[in-house]
Design a protein around this ligand. Structure first.
Ligand code: DWN
Length: 411
């Protein structure tokens, strides 16, 4: 979905890309050999709007190309994320829901129901919106009320007439996927009770810049938000950012808390974050020129290391066929020649090939039963969970290759 004349998706001002990552496939488009020929690619360019300060993709594939009946990401596969969503639910219940009776909550991008099951178990009226029908089916099968559609202002009106207004609308790792964000915010405004809250988490721009974690940029992530940008987007649509809190999930995220303008006291945290973002020059295009150089260095360092290990006849595999790895592999031109295979616990990804570079994706047991010399930690955001269970690999001399915040080997 290309934007008209490179205009900002939020404020419609003219924007220019500061970087191109080249031709990119669908990040979660794991495919079989017979699909190689017709694989879809788009030009992945990033821009920073100098007016509303929103980091965004210039072009994004049609949403249905990314989110459909074959979506291979199931949130519940990570034990750590299960815990996170339990805590996130408790946080909302404790802070924003006064009485469980007569309460109605909505989740945007509810995936397999990992978050909403905590509300269902509390007998709270709930609704999940999840356009990827296969993951939505898991939630529905578990008794979680779910609509398989893309959320926008029109769907908000439909929900309003069928369910009424919501006390809380929340979301995790979804708002940054939706191109028509003004429509989403307007829809949220319409659906929220006057005292209601809109709370969402997404990867944070400040963390991405700090760690050079450019793998956060891929087709699904049409935005990487900052406090400044969310404040601006909210203001355009009658909402107000009243608080925010850092999260360690997905490599460094931010929880944004919004409400109807003037309905809640704005926390001093917002002022502190805004000041910090200014001090870090996050609102200046020059910072993104530096980021570009850092991405190019990271790409070269990883490629050179893998070429060196190959020349030493070392066995290197990838750990975790993340969406993020699609950017790393395609941008750095890393194929089966340098990485033998990628192991992943998701059945839907196994026995397929990675998008674009076509590295085989294998069952986790391939790793467990025949340790390689090196494993590239593509699922670096799950490092703790993975390291806890892979002590034996390290004891037997296995090494990890990291590329965040810079290319390194451990131990
Ligand atoms: O926003 C998004 C985030 C939340 O999730 C989506 N756009 C898509 C997805 O991004 P991702 O694929 O980069 O997410 P993860 O959570 O980093 O993916 C981890 C992958 O690694 C999964 O395919 C599961 C796999 N894995 C594994 O094989 N062994 C994960 C763990 C923890 C493991 O032990």
């Amino acid at each position: 979905m290309k934007n008209n004349h490179n205009n900002c998706r939020i404020c419609n001002k003219n924007i220019a890309p500061f970087m191109s990552f080249g031709e990119m496939p669908i990040a979660n488009g794991f495919l079989s050999k017979d699909q190689f020929q017709n694989e879809y690619f788009f030009k992945m360019e990033t821009a920073f709007c100098d007016t509303c300060k929103t980091f965004q993709l210039i072009d994004q594939p049609q949403p249905t190309k990314m989110f459909n009946e074959n979506y291979p990401f199931f949130s519940s596969l990570s034990k750590y994320m299960q815990l996170h969503f339990e805590k996130f639910s408790e946080y909302i219940l404790d802070n924003f829901i006064s009485s469980k009776k007569d309460t109605f909550v909505i989740e945007l991008g509810s995936n397999d129901g990992i978050m909403l099951k905590n509300f269902k178990n509390n007998n709270i009226k709930h609704l999940g919106i999840e356009p990827s029908t296969n993951v939505a089916k898991i939630a529905k099968d578990n008794g979680i009320e779910t609509i398989s559609k893309f959320f926008d202002e029109n769907l908000a009106e439909e929900i309003l007439s069928n369910y009424g207004k919501a006390d809380a609308i929340f979301s995790a790792n979804c708002i940054c996927h939706i191109p028509n964000l003004n429509s989403v915010f307007r829809g949220v405004f319409k659906l929220l009770k006057d005292e209601g809250v809109f709370i969402y988490e997404d990867p944070y721009l400040g963390e991405m810049l700090k760690k050079t974690s450019y793998d956060q940029i891929y087709d699904e992530h049409v935005y990487i938000f900052s406090i400044t940008s969310v404040k601006n987007i909210a203001e355009r649509n009658g909402l107000e950012l009243f608080d925010a809190e850092r999260q360690i999930t997905h490599g460094g995220s931010m929880r944004y808390m919004l409400a109807k303008k003037g309905s809640r006291k704005v926390s001093s945290n917002i002022h502190t974050f805004l000041k910090e973002e200014d001090n870090l020059k996050m609102n200046s295009i020059n910072r993104f020129d530096i980021f570009k150089e850092q991405c190019e260095k990271s790409k070269k360092d990883l490629f050179d290391l893998l070429v060196k290990l190959k020349s030493q006849n070392k066995r290197v595999i990838g750990y975790g066929a993340t969406s993020k790895s699609t950017t790393i592999l395609n941008f750095s031109n890393i194929d089966e020649n340098l990485i033998e295979y990628i192991c992943d616990t998701t059945p839907l990804k196994q026995n397929k090939f990675s998008p674009g570079m076509h590295i085989p994706i294998k069952d986790y047991n391939n790793f467990k039963n025949n340790y390689p010399d090196y494993a590239v930690l593509f699922a670096w955001n799950h490092k703790k969970e993975i390291f806890d269970k892979e002590q034996d690999y390290i004891k037997k001399g296995g090494k990890w290759i990291h590329f965040i915040p810079e290319v390194s080997i451990e131990p």
